[in-house]
Write a protein that binds this ligand. Sequence first.
Ligand code: HEC
Length: 396
Amino acid sequence: MEAYIIDWLNLLVRWLHVIAGVAWIGASFYFVWLDNHLVAPKDPADDDKGVGGEVWSVHGGGFYHAQKYKVAPQQLPDHLHWFKWEAYTTWLSGIFLTALVYWYGAEVYLIDRSVAELSVPAAVGIAVLFIVGGWLVYDLLCKSPLARDERAFAAVLLLLSSALAWGLCELFSGRGAYIHFGAVLGTIMVANVFFVIIPGQKKMVAAAERGDVPDPAPGIQAKQRSVHNTYFTLPVLFVMTSNHFAMAYGHAYNWLILIGVSLAGALIRVYFVNLHKGSASAWPIGVAAFILSAIAFAIAPQPKEPSDTGASFDQVRNIIDARCTSCHSSTPTHPAFPVAPLGIMFDNDTQIVTDADRIYQQTVATRVMPIGNLTAMTDEERQVIDAWYQGLKKTR
Ligand code: HEC
């Protein structure tokens, strides 16, 4: 019953997380787009009012005319929309999900004892430390003189996030490491909204209400943070979908793949931001395409010589009974899985043979199953599956 309730919590909060994330990133992409499409106002009267730029658009059967003020309007309107709850809801639901799946379920999803011998409290403690520490380090960097040089700052950020990816992959299961990389970046993004962007806007609004000329400094800081956020977005979204791809997170060089795909994501965003500005050079997208193809090529499955030792099916059957069917069965015995994960069951020989490709992929090629190696599958057993699979391919 407990596992069933957790499944429902997982479903509802995940749903909310995706919805809030879509609303947040949708608005955020829209405003980046808007900023980069502004043109000087046509009407001189707008100029006098302090309007710096405007955009005309048509959407959903109506015409829209958005104007951006250089600093603030002389008179503030009664209602100002703030766009902050999308970000906060995304973070709250995201951290709840991380806690539910990866901390509460640490034994299954976070810890991999073949990577690092961690206890549950140690693993969860490290995870929290990374999330909080990530923000503290990043925030200090933004306030340091380094932030004045955009290129140097980007280089240091790349270096630090690479170290983060590597460190996480040395401590956690591939899946857990990837998600926590996303959690660190996602937390930085939301903390930027909470600690810098919104307080900066509050100061601007307060100054405008007093009739003072607002200090431009908070606006400049907010702009810097929202520029960073835009480049973090694609890497974070990759991570959020990565748990479907054992070929990436389960690879021996999973940390390098994570760095490569994240860098490609940031470069793709660079290209689109430049495109909005009307001056897109093709090199960022070219480099991104190169990185992605290089990774695809490097991790492609290698054809193996079919072995003649071909393990017997009985051996395979016994291994699967011992190591897999506690979860992958119509009547699982593992308390965390009242139903077979992803509906995959190995109750009879046909199911095993039909799923041979996936069994090989998960236990030999990526070694992500049994999950967290909870059923302690040995290397010899993986070799038996390998030999059986190679033999099977030969006869196909
Ligand atoms: C402790 C429970 C548990 C055990 C034991 C276990 N698995 Fe899994 N397995 C899971 C879970 C959970 C998932 C779903 C992962 C996800 O959500 O992507 C899964 C998914 C899979 C998938 C589908 C992967 C995909 O994304 O297509 C395969 C194939 C698989 N397991 C094979 C095995 C094999 C083979 C064994 C035994 C060597 C095994 N599993 C042992 C829990 C387990």
